[in-house]
Design a protein around this ligand. Structure first.
Ligand SMILES: *[C@@H]1O[C@H](CO)[C@@H](O)[C@H](O)[C@H]1NC(C)=O
Length: 215
């Protein structure tokens, strides 16, 4: 009997570890109550009897994002902040627009795996595996292609065409979060000491100061 219980426990643990997304809901839905001041893991639920179709609805993903910035890309997120009905459902999406040769710079999503579909143009994409290998896995994608960026890994995209490109992505969290490497390292408030970054990147204080000024 004890053996049965211990194998069940191992099975439960393995199953738990294989869950690479937000916790499962324990009700049909929990539409986020955007006015609630209560702090919980996720958002508190709106009274289910007051829930309307519009709580599960969002319009506007046909509209191009603003790519008029130094990097030439724009993200239109559809996470729990934009779509209250996503609360507790462990999923979200986004539209990404790229100007010609625009980039979505190296970043990670601390809570989500991302799957990307190119709907217009062509993209060079890649991610890097963890230490010590730091293997760079990269590919050129064309319209209709799909690529997956495993949870937490640093990844990026670049439009390699002369025309605008568009991708639609899905993410395995209602609130995937974004850590853009450049912003986190060189644009923190307050700054990480210049000499720490100079040593970390094996360069001079001047080079670091120059980069910090851009963030
Ligand atoms: C796009 O973003 C730029 C830079 O933030 C801004 O100046 C411009 O007004 C925006 N364009 C639109 C159409 O929102």
């Amino acid at each position: 009997m004890a053996r049965v219980f211990s194998s069940l426990a191992v099975l439960a643990l393995v199953f738990y570890m294989a869950m690479a997304s937000d916790d499962n809901p324990i009700q049909d839905f929990c539409v986020a109550d955007i006015n609630s001041q209560v702090l919980v893991n996720g958002k508190t639920c709106k009274d289910p009897s007051l829930v309307q179709a519009d709580d599960f609805y969002l319009s506007g993903l046909h509209v191009k994002g603003n790519t008029s910035n130094a990097l030439g890309f724009g993200v239109t997120p559809v996470s729990v902040t934009q779509l209250a009905g996503l609360n507790t459902l462990g999923i979200s999406m986004a539209r990404i627009d790229y100007a010609p040769f625009g980039i979505n710079p190296p970043h990670t999503h601390p809570r989500a795996t991302e799957i990307l579909n190119v709907v217009k143009g062509s993209l060079e994409v890649g991610f890097v595996t963890s230490n010590p290998e730091n293997r760079h896995i990269t590919k050129i994608l064309k319209r209709g292609d799909v690529f997956v960026f495993p949870k937490n890994l640093v990844h990026y995209q670049r439009n390699v065409g002369k025309v605008n490109a568009i991708a639609i992505v899905a993410l395995s969290s209602q609130n995937p979060g974004v850590i853009t490497i450049g912003n986190a390292v060189f644009g923190s408030k307050p700054d990480i000491s210049t000499d720490i970054l100079a040593k970390a990147f094996q360069t001079s204080d001047d080079v670091i100061t120059n980069i910090q000024m851009k963030f």
